[in-house]
Design a protein around this ligand. Structure first.
Ligand code: FAD
Length: 282
């Protein structure tokens, strides 16, 4: 059985200290030879400069591809075109294309209200230059009008020119497998246009629950209850979290998942431990 590819996601740090720490995290994770690193982007341009700073710093540090996230909500076409041209001039040839969520207080969807519009715009503006990945939701995007509507939206994103999709994190392997089957039934060949599993290591109970609640990811009851029982026992949470995520990944590998994208939370240890234990490192 071939091992899936793996990649890591970073978010831009807010402080100079955080920026330096991120660079050293990059160096350590880069030794594992991931397929690429991605860097998130604050919708409406809220992290534009910080995302650009870290993207430029990482490009200068190794040959591993850097994949900026780019979002469309609240931006106009000329701002997005400018960013696409800048990334192309920096030698970047992969993007994660998202709608994004507007920071509170900011109103107006902009000229490209949904991710499918952004994918179309990138293809119109930059042709086939970029490999485009989009977001997918095994447990449904929280604002979707129905589960089927959300799956159709994902199909539309592939058909508009996305090469692959990365899922929101999940702890129920069946939700991923169901979505993959649903895509195949709708004519998406996931061997050519993969559904990459988004993996969130578990290291902290309250952050995970807050994050899951905000993005509509389900924390199964057995997991929620045990995390709550562990209270402040960080070591117990780490060990239990490792076991849960390791088993999830093992099942996904047995089911032929093509690639795993780790929401690294800018940390070395939980991510390194997982990819090494799973035997993903070449
Ligand atoms: P879309 O695919 O446009 O879908 C958004 C919602 O609109 C869905 O509910 C969909 O069903 C619905 N919809 C689509 N078309 C229509 C229509 N015509 N009419 C009505 N409803 C419609 N956010 C950031 O801000 N920055 C990041 O860097 C970032 N990175 C991410 C990376 C990954 C892998 C994932 C999974 C998410 C990421 N997000 C990021 C979060 C993402 O931006 C949010 O989940 C956002 O709410 C939706 O983005 P989308 O690209 O999935 O939007």
């Amino acid at each position: 059985m071939s091992k899936p590819a793996f990649s890591f996601e970073f978010f831009p740090a807010k402080t100079e200290v955080g920026h330096e720490k991120l660079l050293s995290t990059f160096d350590e994770l880069n030794e594992l030879s991931p397929a690429y690193f991605s860097v998130t982007y604050g919708a409406g341009g809220s992290t534009r400069d910080r995302t650009l700073d870290i993207v430029k710093a990482l490009i200068g540090r190794s040959d591993t591809p850097i994949t900026p996230h780019i979002s469309c909500i609240g931006d106009n076409k000329s701002q997005i075109a400018e960013l696409l041209e800048l990334y192309q001039s920096l030698g970047i040839n992969r993007l994660v294309a998202l709608r994004g969520d507007l920071p509170s207080g900011q109103v107006g969807m902009g000229e490209l209200p949904f991710a499918v519009d952004l994918v179309r715009f990138i293809r119109e503006h930059s042709g086939e230059h970029f490999n485009i990945e989009v977001a997918a939701y095994p447990e449904m995007h929280p604002q979707a009008r129905s589960f089927m509507f959300d799956i159709d939206n994902l199909v539309n994103k592939y058909n508009a020119g996305a090469n692959a999709a990365i899922t929101q994190f999940f702890y129920n392997a069946d939700s991923y497998l169901y979505l993959r089957d649903a895509l195949e039934q709708r004519g998406i060949d996931t061997t050519k246009n993969p559904l990459v599993a988004g993996i969130m290591p578990i290291t902290n109970s309250s952050n995970l629950i807050r994050f899951a609640d905000s993005c509509g990811a389900d924390i199964p009851r057995y997991l929620r209850r045990q995390l709550s029982d562990f209270g402040d026992d960080k070591k117990a949470i780490r060990e239990f979290g490792f076991d849960v995520v390791y088993r999830l990944c093992e099942r996904l590998i047995a089911e032929g998942v093509p690639a795993m994208h780790f929401y690294s939370m800018n940390k070395v240890e939980p991510n390194k431990r997982l990819v090494e234990a799973l035997g993903l490192v070449a």
